[in-house]
Design a protein around this ligand. Structure first.
Ligand SMILES: NC(=O)c1ccc[n+]([C@@H]2O[C@H](COP(=O)([O-])OP(=O)(O)OC[C@H]3O[C@@H](n4cnc5c(N)ncnc54)[C@H](OP(=O)(O)O)[C@@H]3O)[C@@H](O)[C@H]2O)c1
Length: 289
């Protein structure tokens, strides 16, 4: 447990804002760090790093997804340890460090995990499965709104996790020293293919939502045409190979190990999220009144 504010690197992203909410509810101080924070923090500008670390001894680290960004995060960890940081909780990804050809996509993530372990910091590493909230807060939302989930996941399944569970695990890891030196692998309770996901979302929204299985090159080209920077599009395209090749079809028990309860299920998440109006083009208030 720390007395200085907990540094949330990755700012108010999907996991960071959940951790901030949890810490705030427990009266634990925190400071967000990203390109929109004050002081500004940028993974691509190491001149911004020292001021961000000052005055804190514990950090949550949500790294960028692309290999260059992950390398920068590794350098940051080294510098932060030298500057006085003592503890880090790292958001990694399920599959990092697993043997097999498909997992080469996670090499930069593995290098970051190794940098964290070699840094001299007290560490906890959390490897979650893909987030359910990719369909409601992130890059897959537009597909849901358009009624066509156009990605290269083939007929592979994933054990989608509710990001609320990830936030709960991270908060515990940050606040309880018993998690030092542990790696937790998190998943939701059920495997769903993208066709299953589309059917679940169609059921709760009453909209026609289909899954369209793209080839890998076609998928990357479509993302770039939509404005995704090429390195991110290629990184995300590679990640989908893991699902497409059926390498994600297993459940993991990290939520149970850290929180002593079962992870939340996709159907309940989808029902609750639908009531918030994120999958309608009309504001929720207008729909309700
Ligand atoms: N999505 C999934 O299914 C999934 C599953 C497992 C692991 N992950 C991992 O989760 C990580 C992302 O975490 P997240 O989903 O919590 O975050 P997120 O929602 O993707 O948000 C990213 C945050 O990082 C900040 N950011 C972006 N570029 C930055 C830069 N150059 N310098 C400093 N800050 C920057 C952004 O804030 P500003 O715009 O203010 O800078 C934003 O708040 C990735 O490493 C990904 O591999 C994701």
């Amino acid at each position: 447990m720390t007395n200085s504010p907990i540094l949330i690197l990755g700012g108010a992203g999907k996991t960071g804002r959940r951790i901030a909410t949890q810490l705030g509810a427990r009266d634990v101080g925190f400071k967000l760090a990203s390109r929109s924070s004050e002081p500004r923090f940028d993974w691509q500008d190491d001149a911004t790093w020292a001021a961000t670390v000052r005055g804190t001894d514990t950090a949550y680290l949500a790294p960028p997804v692309d290999p260059a960004g992950l390398d920068a995060a590794g350098r940051f960890v080294e510098q932060a340890a030298a500057a006085g940081l003592r503890r880090v909780v790292l958001l990694s990804g399920r599959g990092v460090g697993r043997p097999g050809r498909e997992y080469a996509v996670y090499d930069s993530g593995l290098a970051l995990e190794e940098a964290v372990k070699d840094s001299g910091l007290d560490w906890t590493i959390v490897q979650p499965a893909w987030f359910m909230q990719n369909f409601s807060e992130e890059f897959l939302l537009d597909y849901v709104l358009a009624g066509q989930i156009r990605i290269s996941a083939g007929d592979g399944a994933e054990a989608w996790i509710d990001t609320d569970d990830v936030g709960d695990v991270m908060t515990e890891a940050l606040l309880d020293h018993r998690h030092i030196g542990q790696t937790y692998v998190l998943s939701g309770p059920r495997l769903l293919t993208l066709a299953d996901v589309a059917a679940e979302l169609a059921a709760v929204t009453g909209r026609k939502i289909d899954y369209v299985a793209l080839g890998p090159d076609e998928h990357v080209a479509e993302m770039i045409a939509m404005g995704v920077p090429r390195p991110d599009a290629e990184a995300v395209g590679d990640l989908f190979a893991v699902i497409r090749n059926h390498r994600s079809e297993y459940l993991s028990d990290g939520v149970q190990r850290v929180l002593g309860r079962e992870p939340r299920d996709f159907s309940g998440w989808a029902r609750t999220t639908a009531t918030r109006g994120v999958w309608t083009t009309e504001p929720t208030a207008a729909r309700v009144s």
